[in-house]
Design a protein around this ligand. Structure first.
Ligand code: DHB
Length: 297
């Protein structure tokens, strides 16, 4: 699979309409990820759903989505004259629904299906994410693999005791790749004047620059244990040097999400240029020269 650069917009950011996905590519992304698609319409949380400061973003949007039929219309518009590879992200509350939504989204022929089993914000609705248990994570992976021929990547949570064990279980169950990591936490921020949590959901997933060291370590640990499994490394990547860093930990593609808040949509072009400048300055001609290099040493 060819990407003009390794930067893909992470799920949840500018990924709802065909036009917004194309806009991201026009701004320099090498590939795009859709927002999580449910089988049926799913309502999100009440506002406020996002807050941010210079260190982090906290969000509990609650995975709102109009369902697979509407998503197929929008992603279909993207697939007409597709400007870059599409990663279709899917989510479900029940194992069987993952299979059904995977089968339906496959009719669009996306390049990759990303399976979101790690959203921290719908726990009150559905209980612990599937990514918290080896058996649940493997069960979802198996059913998705049985219903599609498209390569799949499973998006895992850093909020577990042993990420490597979960990653191994998912790869044994047939995952072609892994996306590391979903947001951290959940976390909370309190408004001092209101004397109450700021988000309507009270808690939300933490993303942005503060989580980059955790993302880098998760990618490093999993790449060390599973060196042949491609990883989409994501979590706080904001600059070209951040992207190089997570590639040195073992990432193949690099997800960029919250950086859009800090640097606007042109962050994709800027990060790609910064990566090129770093490679030129360090005599790196191909990213394969540095991929996972920190793990080997
Ligand atoms: C949401 C979903 C996620 O997967 C995540 O990490 C954070 C927030 C959401 O839609 O609320």
């Amino acid at each position: 699979m060819k990407f003009v650069n390794p930067l893909v917009v992470a799920s949840g950011v500018l990924g709802v309409t065909g036009a917004s996905l194309k806009f991201v590519v026009e701004n320099g992304a090498g590939g795009v990820t859709s927002k999580s698609i449910w089988l049926k319409e799913h309502k999100g949380h009440k506002n406020p759903v996002i807050i941010a400061n210079e260190h982090y973003m906290l969000n509990a949007v609650g995975l709102p989505d109009a369902g697979i039929e509407k998503a197929r219309l929008e992603l279909g518009k993207y697939m007409d004259n597709k400007p870059a590879p599409l990663i279709a992200n899917i989510v479900a509350a029940r194992v069987d629904d993952f299979g059904e939504v995977a089968e339906k989204v496959s009719e669009l022929n996306p390049d990759i299906i990303e399976v979101n089993i790690s959203c921290p914000n719908v726990e009150s609705e559905f209980g612990k994410p599937f990514a918290c248990s080896r058996a649940d994570a493997a069960g979802v992976t198996k059913i998705v693999k049985s219903r599609t021929k498209i390569p799949i990547t499973v998006k895992l949570s850093p909020n577990v005791e042993n990420l490597v064990e979960i990653a191994k279980a998912v790869v044994d169950a047939g995952a072609d790749g892994l996306t590391l990591i979903n947001t951290i936490g959940p976390g909370m921020a309190i408004d001092l004047d209101m004397r109450s949590p700021i988000l309507a959901n009270k808690v939300g997933g933490v993303s942005g620059p503060a989580i980059k060291p955790i993302a880098v370590k998760c990618v490093y640990d999993v790449h060390k244990a599973l060196p042949n499994t491609p990883i989409i490394g994501t979590g706080g990547i904001t600059t070209g040097e951040d992207a190089i860093e997570i590639i040195m930990a073992g990432a193949t593609l690099v997800g960029v999400g919250t950086a859009v808040y800090y640097r606007d949509v042109e962050c994709f072009r800027l990060i790609a240029e910064e990566m090129s400048a770093w490679c030129d300055a360090h005599g790196v001609k191909n990213l394969s020269e540095i991929r996972g290099v920190a793990v080997i040493k």
